[in-house]
Design a protein around this ligand. Structure first.
Ligand code: FMN
Length: 289
């Protein structure tokens, strides 16, 4: 949501336990022409084709440095979502990601390799095992401070493709997987659903949870999973946690519910935890029947 790092201290102030900025690409770019975001209000859904509008890695580094120097840097972990510039051919993707990572690695706490946005042509091809391995090798080669690096996956990948990504976790020292990005699938073909882009919000919730559940079971719970997709309330959050997520993110929920969503979810989760006989959230991870 904070694509250009313009509101870095805000997210902690809203009660969030961590935040993720970006997506950032090597080259600054305007993104797609407007309109590029659509709300299906009655379905609590969004379609976006922003196309990585961002100031570029150099400008982002300058902004993050300014935030650090200002003393307003939040005390919670701040991550950066890394994308690929539209002008960079897919074959040169490793260098594009590595460029941004080198500039930003000492300015943030963790990094998410975004190979799952539907809004940069051919980007999702980079989820292919060998292509992704090349990107991860380029990043780890530059990762002298051992920053946690995660991969963000599309909900449209089949379980076989997800399993191949899991095979990269150990050899490339991945800290976890973010599941999921927006979907190119649609619950209907009419009205705003005919717009090109990635669908998020309520209609994404079930598939996102399925992906989390699969990754959790397939990895024997050994790979940290950040669950995202259609979380609007504490019941949605509980589903993601018990399916196997250890951390949660929200985007569409924040758009529809507003900033008080954090408090509502945390209060609900605390009650649920007690009701289920747990004392800590981590005890609930992956416990669904
Ligand atoms: C307007 C908009 C812009 C987004 N930009 C990015 C992005 O730059 N990088 C990324 O990995 N995901 C991006 N996402 C995807 C979200 O981070 C999230 O994975 C997805 O929306 C599902 O969560 P939600 O249902 O809570 O929105 C974007 C989503 C929206 C709605």
């Amino acid at each position: 949501m904070d694509k250009g790092g313009t509101a870095v201290p805000v997210w902690a102030a809203l009660g969030l336990g961590f935040s993720e900025l970006g997506g950032v690409t090597q080259h600054g770019q305007p993104g797609n022409p407007q309109p590029r975001m659509f709300r299906m209000v009655e379905d609590e859904a969004l379609i976006n084709r922003m196309g990585f509008n961002n100031p570029g890695a150099d400008a982002m580094a300058g902004r993050l440095r300014t935030w650090h120097d200002s003393g307003a840097w939040p005390s919670h972990p701040v991550g950066v979502n890394l994308g690929k510039s539209k002008v960079t051919p897919v074959a040169d993707a490793p260098a594009d990601y590595q460029y941004s990572f080198k500039l930003l690695k000492n300015l943030a706490d963790f990094f998410v390799v975004n190979v799952s946005s539907p809004n940069t042509p051919n980007l999702r091809q980079l989820q292919d095992k060998s292509a992704l391995a090349e990107i991860l090798a380029a990043l780890q080669e530059a990762n002298d401070e051992n920053r946690p690096i995660l991969v963000k996956v599309a909900p449209d990948l089949g379980f076989d493709a997800l399993d191949e990504i899991l095979e990269l976790v150990e050899p490339h020292n991945l800290a976890g997987i973010v599941a999921t990005n927006t979907t190119i699938s649609r619950p209907a073909e009419t009205g705003l659903y005919a717009e090109t882009g990635g669908l998020s919000g309520r209609p994404l919730a079930r598939r996102s949870t399925e992906v989390i559940r699969h990754l959790y079971r397939q990895s024997g719970g050994r790979v940290p999973l950040i669950g995202v997709g259609g979380i609007f309330n504490s019941a949605d959050a509980w589903e993601k946690i018990t399916a196997g997520a250890t951390l949660l993110q929200i985007y569409s929920g924040m758009v529809y519910e507003g900033p008080q969503i954090t408090r509502a979810i945390l209060k609900g989760l605390a009650k649920r935890l007690t009701r289920e006989g747990f004392t800590e959230l981590r005890e609930a991870v992956g416990t669904e029947k």
